[in-house]
Design a protein around this ligand. Sequence first.
Ligand code: CP
Ligand code: NVA
Length: 313
Amino acid sequence: MSSTLKGRSCLMMADLSTAEIRSLLDLAHEVKRQKRMGLVTQRFQGKTLAMIFEKPSTRTRAAFETAFAEEGGHPVFLSKDDIQLGYKESIEDTARVLGRMFDAIMFRGFAQSTVEALAQWSGVPVYNGLTDMAHPTQVLADLMTLEEAWGTLRGKTLVFCGDGRNNMSHTLMVGAARMGMKFVIAAPEPLFPAEDDVEFCRQIASQEGTELIITTDLSAAVRGADALYTDVWASMGEETLLHLRQQILQPYQINEAVLQMTGNPSCVFLHCLPAVKGQEVTVGVIEGPQSRVWDQAENRKHTIKALMLATLL
Ligand code: CP
Ligand code: NVA
């Protein structure tokens, strides 16, 4: 395990080097094996984790809470309705108080600046459990799932279809580049990622000997894909935009015809979930034999456990 991770936060994918992602994936595979064998370990005994939620969650909450509790730690769920974060008390003050009481903090919410302030002021490792900008713990699970499917990541092609500037696309773009995967975004132009972010990832991709492609052309994008990935058309906090998004994203739906267009019968389908079946993906694809979404959801727990083990012990 890379000792460079001890005491560190994980606020965005770019925080992690290629070697650190590699060591986290290795540990995640190991903790998954341990879980399958029924091995009971108590590596977080005597430790506490604050879990702050401004937005709802099924997988992220369940993964952090069970991963921490299984290792003997005590996770505490703090919803936005229960604490003063940002309205009756500044984020800096809440962070300093929580940092005195907890060994680590996870945060799910809106602004990336909030999770960064929590890390700056708490003095303990802080994990980003999704912000408007980034979802790094999801991408660790995605990489683990792809590695289980393919055996290796380097040289493979991952294609994201849909809202190319949302937290998932943004974070996958970094993760794929770091791991030497070709990443293709198929999206309508208004939903292309920001030019600065693209430039940053293109530099990583070129160092890793791969490339990043952004296009409006869905059929060209998916040809030869090893995996197709999509996400909801309106992320949490953007619900009022759904009607507009449906109009511009309908041509980017992943359906049986799109899976065929890849020309790759073993192309894998991934979705971070929750999915709106019939919108960004058809029932046939998400429930079909190429879908790995349930492994992907399970792997949230193993990768999150690995991240906490690497940063807390
Ligand atoms: N994928 C994911 O983050 O799921 P939740 O919103 O249920 O946590
Ligand atoms: N882009 C989605 C991801 C959910 C896990 C959202 O932010 O709502």
